[in-house]
Design a binder for this molecule. Structure first.
Ligand SMILES: O=C1O[C@H](COP(=O)(O)O)[C@@H](O)[C@H](O)[C@H]1O
Length: 206
């Protein structure tokens, strides 16, 4: 994949430094809002804390959760709740994912990946398609991941692919092996489907 760059062994601060660059670039290009989508789970939040230490006009940032667990925003498992706590004090807007919502193109789609190959909340059992006509879906992972056993709401593959660049942050040998197999075409997991359809630059931090 010519559009894919893998960067190994970077810590949270270095990844945050990297992420700040395309955001700054986009803010320098126009005076309008810059809209991105970001992951949940546990990996990204320490990186987001570092990112928010960068001098950017955060009031121009619009943050869409790529997915969420169907829980109230004050629940510990709520991605949106955690994003609000981090980004809103800096002046950024955090959007609530809603099935009726139209989804804008993103300057950047930042994603995680589960060891089962799920991206956003597009789990293998939900058979996500790159030509899904829906921008946002509700779904039930099967099996339910023990660390977050909830129904989900998620951007679909076309919504994630409507982005200027894709960035993955995934840690650990198990996930790296799933990624390598996906790149080689040795699995048909959601990560493999997304990578195969991506035409924009894709950067994977592992
Ligand atoms: O459930 C989820 O899991 C994935 C992976 O999370 P991580 O903490 O293992 O990186 C995450 O990307 C997704 O947004 C989240 O809802």
């Amino acid at each position: 994949m010519e559009n894919l760059t893998i960067i190994e062994g970077q810590g949270d601060a270095a990844i945050a430094d990297w992420l700040a660059s395309p955001l700054r670039e986009r803010m320098d290009q126009s005076d309008g809002p810059v809209t991105i989508t970001v992951p949940g789970g546990s990996t990204p939040f320490p990186i987001m804390e570092k990112l928010l230490g960068h001098e950017l006009d955060w009031t121009r940032l619009v943050v869409w959760p790529g997915d969420d667990r169907i829980v109230s925003e004050d629940h510990a498992a709520s991605n949106t709740g955690k994003l609000r706590k981090l980004f809103e004090p800096a002046g950024a807007e955090v959007v609530t994912l809603n099935e009726m919502e139209g989804v804008p193109p993103f300057a950047l789609a930042w994603l995680g990946m589960g060891a089962d190959g799920h991206v956003a909340s597009l789990f293998p059992n939900t058979d996500p398609k790159v030509d899904d006509a829906r921008p946002v879906v509700r779904l039930t992972p099967d099996p339910l991941p023990p660390e977050a056993p909830f129904d989900r709401i998620s951007l679909t593959m076309p919504s994630l692919l409507a982005s200027d660049r894709l960035v993955f942050v995934l840690r650990g040998a198990e996930k790296r092996s799933v990624l390598d197999q996906a790149i080689a075409g040795d699995n048909d997991l959601p990560i493999a489907r997304l990578l195969a359809a991506a035409r924009q630059p894709v950067t994977c931090f592992t």
